[in-house]
Design a protein around this ligand. Structure first.
Ligand code: ATP
Ligand code: MG
Length: 397
């Protein structure tokens, strides 16, 4: 009764010109990364023919999960689950008709429209079949009539039944087109280092940058014993969820307690947050250089809290040896939360574990810290030694 096959479509725009094969090789690598985790390398076949990819020979019981994974791979724009049958032209396309019948019945059952309409679209790459596509389509429409109440409308149709007859003599029969993540294949836009807290914003920032093709390495600052092992595990789980989009994302955990204690002890409380952020950026820059990252990524949003004013960001920026990307800079919290829900990080993010930033939170942080003042306050610290010590204690998850 035909074999199930998933057809993948990618955006043509970014595949033009000389970068095409580079983009494609990244995309294929990322698709395989995502499927290998679920099915194992031998649990499916990946096929590539001209401008189409397909995933075949998989365990059909896992189909929903496979589709879910593929919808998260950046660079894929849409997909369809098709039935692959021999075109069987000699027998009046009987195999295709047999594949169309249940499809029509399924759509009939789901249908909520009044007077639903359809068309059959045939693409005939197999030129051995000497019947024009529209004639094949008319023939196949008969099956839809038999198995649904739909009427034909070639222009304004509610449902399209697609039949791709390939040169190989196989026909791919499908109707639904499932929109996927779009964007660019991860890896095509260089690498960045993500400051990953346990909050709502930074996982969304990861998603946003990955969407534009940036590969990420993550760093989390932990302050044991003020922050717990559970808080760390939460960050690891957030990483695992977001990897569906970012592909593999290494996670560094930096022991930050001594840096915070030193600031707390030696610097004015109002600059606590700014100076702490300056240390985060310094350490992130060191890790960036070790990992060939070209940018720092954070989940900051303008005006969200005291540490996210232009002045604050300016004071933080001077310790970064790289550009800082803040993909959520102009997002309302609501908008960010919507994305967090969509990508599946929200529920984990709102689990109530303490964050290193809140541990030493001053009552009245400077909202518009002046850089000179901050630098002056920082002179009380042995910056290099503190950074070095934190670097020594780094753990990779
Ligand atoms: P988030 O929800 O991402 O934690 P937030 O609204 O709580 O953001 P802040 O806590 O001020 O805002 O953090 C701003 C950004 O700084 C975060 O999005 C993240 O990129 C980075 N950051 C904050 N705390 C940490 C941490 N403990 N480890 C790594 N990065 C952090
Ligand atoms: Mg936070």
């Amino acid at each position: 009764m035909g074999k199930r096959v998933i057809i993948l479509r990618y955006g043509e725009i970014f595949l033009k010109g000389k970068n095409r094969s580079y983009f494609e090789s990244l995309l294929i690598k990322n698709i395989k990364f995502s499927l290998d985790r679920l099915l194992g390398e031998d649990g499916y076949t990946f096929k590539r023919s001209q401008a189409r990819y397909s995933v075949e020979d998989y365990d059909e019981l896992k189909e929903a999960e496979i589709v879910d994974r593929l919808t998260k791979v950046f660079g894929i724009h849409s997909l369809s689950v098709a039935t692959k049958v021999p075109s069987d032209a000699q027998h009046g396309f009987q195999a295709i008709k047999d594949a169309l019948a249940p499809l029509a019945e399924e759509l009939e059952e789901e249908n909520t429209r009044l007077d639903p309409t359809f068309r059959v679209t045939v693409k005939r790459a197999d030129k051995r079949i000497d019947i024009p596509s529209y004639e094949i389509a008319a023939e196949l429409a008969g099956t839809i009539f038999k198995h649904s109440s739909f009427k034909v409308d070639l222009k304004k149709y509610d449902y399209e039944f697609n039949v791709d007859i390939r040169e190989t003599g196989d026909a791919y029969v499908y109707s639904k087109v499932i929109p996927c993540a779009g964007g660019l294949p991860v890896g095509c836009s260089s690498k960045g280092i993500l400051l990953l807290s346990g909050g709502i914003d930074s996982p969304v920032a990861a998603y946003m940058m990955a969407k534009r093709g940036m590969k990420l390495v993550a760093v989390h600052f932990a302050s044991p014993p003020y922050t717990s092992e559970l808080a760390k595990q939460k960050v690891r789980r957030l990483r695992d969820i977001v990897e569906a989009y970012t592909t593999k994302m290494k996670l560094y955990v930096v022991p930050f307690t001594n840096v915070q204690l030193a600031i707390h002890e030696k610097c004015p409380a109002e600059y606590m947050i700014t100076i702490m952020r300056r240390f985060m950026t310094r350490i992130a820059t060191r890790l960036a250089n070790m990992n060939d990252c070209k940018a720092i990524v954070t989940g900051e949003s303008l005006g969200q809290v005291a540490s996210q004013t232009v002045e604050s960001m300016t004071s933080t920026e001077s310790t970064a040896g790289l550009p800082i990307f803040r993909p959520l800079i102009a997002f309302d919290k609501e908008e960010t939360m919507d994305i967090a829900k969509k990508i599946g990080t929200y529920e984990t993010s709102i689990e109530p574990y303490e964050d290193c930033c809140t541990v030493f939170l001053p009552k009245n942080p400077a909202i518009k810290p002046r850089l000179e003042r901050v630098e002056e306050a920082e002179r009380a610290l042995d910056v290099d030694a503190l950074v070095e010590e934190a670097m020594q204690g780094i753990e990779v998850l």
